[in-house]
Design a protein around this ligand. Structure first.
Ligand SMILES: [Zn+2]
Length: 202
C-alpha cells in the first residue's frame, strides 16, 4: 500500500465532489487536519473511518487502499494484495515485539549469571568481580536500548482524543510514562497529551 497514492486519490475524489477538506471532515465528525494529513500521505484513515469515508467518496475500501479505481476484472487480485500487505505489516511488528522481549530476558539472565559468578567464586580478584558486574549491567543496558528501538519501530500510537496515529520521537518515547499497552504522549495532530494506545498497524 502506498499512503501517498491513497492520499492523492482522496484529494482527487473530494475535489470531484466539490467538497473542501473541512466539509469532508465535518461529514465524518473528525478534524480537517486529519483529512489534510491523509491527503499529504502522512497516514491512512483508521479502520473505523474507512467505510464512512468510502461512502462519502463513492468508492470501496479496496480502491481506497489501492489509491485508484479498480476495474471489475482485477478486483480480486488487488484485494488480495491489500490484505496480504496488511497482514505482513502486522506480522513483522509482532516479530519485532517478540525479539525485543527475548533480548531483554537474555540481558537480564546474563547480568544474573555475571552477578552470581562475581559473588560466589571466591578465588576471583576484586577487579575481575567489578568487571563482571559492569559487563552484566552493560549487557542489560544494551538489551533495553535495542528493545526500545524495536518497540518504537513496530506499529504506532493512537491518540485517545482524535484517533490520530503517530510514531513518537525516540526522546518522547523514552521519557514518557507508560502502562502495559499505553504510553502518555503528545498528539502531533490535536496537541493533547493522552494515554495513547499501542497499535500494531499504521
Ligand atoms: Zn490527537
Amino acid at each position: 500500500m502506498d499512503q501517498i497514492k491513497t492520499g492523492q486519490f482522496i484529494a482527487k475524489l473530494r475535489k470531484e465532489k466539490n467538497l473542501t477538506q473541512r466539509q469532508l471532515a465535518e461529514k465524518l465528525s473528525i478534524s480537517d487536519k486529519t483529512v489534510s494529513k491523509w491527503e499529504c500521505g502522512k497516514g491512512l484513515p483508521e479502520v473505523s473511518l474507512m467505510i464512512p469515508l468510502c461512502e462519502e467518496l463513492g468508492i470501496n475500501v479496496n480502491e481506497l487502499l489501492s489509491g485508484e479505481r479498480i476495474p471489475e476484472k482485477s478486483y480480486h487480485e488487488k484485494a488480495e494484495e491489500n490484505i496480504m500487505s496488511l497482514v505482513r505489516e502486522k506480522e513483522e511488528n509482532k516479530k519485532k515485539l517478540i525479539i525485543s522481549s527475548v533480548v531483554v530476558c537474555m540481558g537480564a539472565f546474563t547480568m544474573f549469571v555475571c552477578g552470581m559468578i562475581a559473588g560466589l567464586v571466591e578465588t576471583l580478584a576484586a577487579p575481575v568481580r567489578i568487571m563482571l558486574i559492569v559487563f552484566g549491567f552493560l549487557i542489560v543496558a544494551t538489551g533495553i536500548a535495542v528493545a526500545c528501538v524495536l518497540d518504537r519501530d513496530s506499529g504506532t500510537f493512537e491518540c485517545r482524543s482524535c484517533g490520530q496515529r503517530f510514531v513518537p520521537t525516540m526522546k518522547e518515547y523514552i521519557f514518557s510514562t507508560h502502562g502495559l499497552t499505553t504510553r502518555k504522549l503528545k498528539c502531533p495532530n490535536c496537541g493533547k497529551v493522552t494515554n495513547c494506545k499501542k497499535r500494531l498497524t499504521k
